[in-house]
Design a protein around this ligand. Structure first.
Ligand code: PMP
Length: 460
């Protein structure tokens, strides 16, 4: 076999030939970030420059880079069985991983379908919800409710459930039967209210929507427990309780998209525990395998599973080549075991408190930090032009994106939009490493405040 190693020069030239997620090809080719190595919470680029991986890949690399247990699990399994026959057979690793996952979840969760990624797993959840109602005697229940500014993935149904019009416009028309709800943002309610009152208002709006749409037509409600791309919005606890109640009252399947929040990210093993409610379908991905191999799971309760038991065609009528792949499942077993044994949700909780304390201090120095959001090691800041009214910077100032870019220059990777910036470092991050990341964030905010147009806008 002839190998054609990529040189630094090739890498820069080839950057124009690939499409990077959500990014204009031209902009990427002009300033490509090409990563070549990772170790612990750091990654290195093609020029040898180091960065803190402040977003764990994309909220998934929970055990950091270079984890020996995960590397060994993958290596061992590739040598043993790299692929089973997914349309004919399960493999022993996928069964073992299922046993482990079901033992971590409460006992009402009895059945699951593996997937390769988050979009796939949400797609499965929505299809299962529709199929369940058809087979449970309610064939008119097909609508799916979700939140504006929520994100559930980029494939058909998952994209239709996503609440960001700019991600859909190019691909319309979307599948029918998707209804969107207000973002349950405790700090930006439609009119002045405490977070608790906001929770009640949002829940009332949900109930009104259910009634106006016709409860007999609604199959499911899908939500992220923490709406990351909405700006790391943690909904009010009373709102989440009310969602559970409404779903019970109107026979609607509650789907929690825990793709980001599952496996310790927000200071509990699952975000469901933070709110004290359990869904009917829990969707897991990202951290489930520490991101060393693609793995996701759509897990359903026994009540739902019963509708899929019996002669054809009551079974779930779909599959994906890499779902339940033995290598992915072997890695998943190693990752779930390590997260459980090290109780990493506890460090996530403690480090998250520390980060929010530091951000609170930073906010005093920089009133442009308007809101601090998040739980555990999933946190973010929202930038504002006016601290008292919480008015955001105009979009063309791209405050958050500029902070992100300045931070990249200083060696920190983060996630940003023009008005916010989020961090979600590996759960294995030390406090000293977290402090270094926050130092870079602070210096980067100071950098952007020195830009001429930003200074002029603030002075105006
Ligand atoms: N749901 C949520 C909450 C996500 O954050 C993501 C990805 N960031 C997805 C679903 C889609 O996952 P994937 O990119 O693996 O398809």
């Amino acid at each position: 076999m002839t190998l054609h190693p990529i040189t630094d020069r090739d890498a820069l030239d080839l950057a124009g030939n690939i499409m990077v997620d959500f990014m204009p090809m031209k902009a990427f080719a002009e300033h490509p970030l090409i990563l070549t190595e990772g170790h612990g919470v750091r990654v290195r680029d093609v020029h040898g420059k180091e960065y803190f991986d402040g977003i764990s890949g994309t909220f998934c690399l929970s055990l950091g880079h270079g984890n020996q247990a995960l590397i060994e699990a993958a290596t061992r399994q590739i040598g043993r069985l790299a692929m089973a026959a997914p349309t004919l057979a399960a493999n022993d690793r996928s069964l073992e991983a299922a046993k482990l996952l079901l033992s971590i979840l409460p006992s009402q969760f009895t059945n699951l379908k593996w997937g390769g990624g988050g979009s796939e797993a949400n797609e499965q959840a929505i299809k299962m919800a529709r199929q369940y109602h058809k087979q449970a005697g309610n064939p008119r229940k097909f609508k799916v409710m979700s939140h504006y500014r929520g994100f559930h993935g980029v494939t058909g149904f998952a994209l239709a459930a996503t609440g960001w019009p700019h991600m859909k416009a190019q691909y319309e028309p979307m599948p029918g039967g998707f209804v969107h709800l207000h973002t349950p943002d405790p700090f930006r309610p439609p009119f002045p209210a405490t977070p608790e009152q906001a929770g009640e208002i949002y829940a009332k709006l949900v109930e009104e929507t259910i009634i106006l749409e016709g409860p007999e037509t609604i199959a499911a409600l899908i939500t992220e427990p923490v709406l990351m791309s909405a700006g790391v919005v943690v909904p009010p606890v009373n709102y989440m309780h009310k969602l559970r109640e409404l779903c019970d009252r109107y026979d609607i399947i509650l789907i929690l998209d825990e793709i980001i929040t599952g496996f310790g990210r927000i200071g509990k093993m699952f975000a469901a525990e933070h709110f004290g409610i359990w869904p009917d379908i829990i969707v897991l991905g990202k951290g489930i395998s520490g991101a060393y191999a693609p793995l996701s799971a759509t897990v359903i309760t026994e009540r739902l599973a019963k509708a899929f038991w019996g002669d054809a065609p009551v079974h779930y009528q779909a599959g994906h080549t890499f779902a339940g792949n033995p290598v992915s499942c072997a890695v998943g077993i190693a990752a779930m075991t390590e997260i459980t044994q090290r109780r990493l949700w506890e460090s996530s909780h403690t480090l998250g408190l520390h980060a929010r304390q530091r951000l609170t201090m930073m906010k005093k120095r920089y009133p442009e930090i308007g809101l601090i959001r998040g739980e555990g090691l999933l946190f973010g800041v929202e930038f504002v032009l006016n601290a008292s009214s919480k008015e955001r910077f105009p979009a063309d100032i791209s405050f958050g994106i500029r902070v992100r870019d300045s931070a990249i220059g200083r060696g920190l990777l983060s996630r940003a939009s023009h008005w916010m910036l989020a961090l979600a470092p590996p759960l294995t991050t030390t406090q000293a490493e977290l402090d270094s990341m926050l130092d870079i964030l602070e210096t980067s905010i100071a950098d952007v405040l020195n830009f001429k147009d930003v200074r002029a806008l603030i002075a105006a």
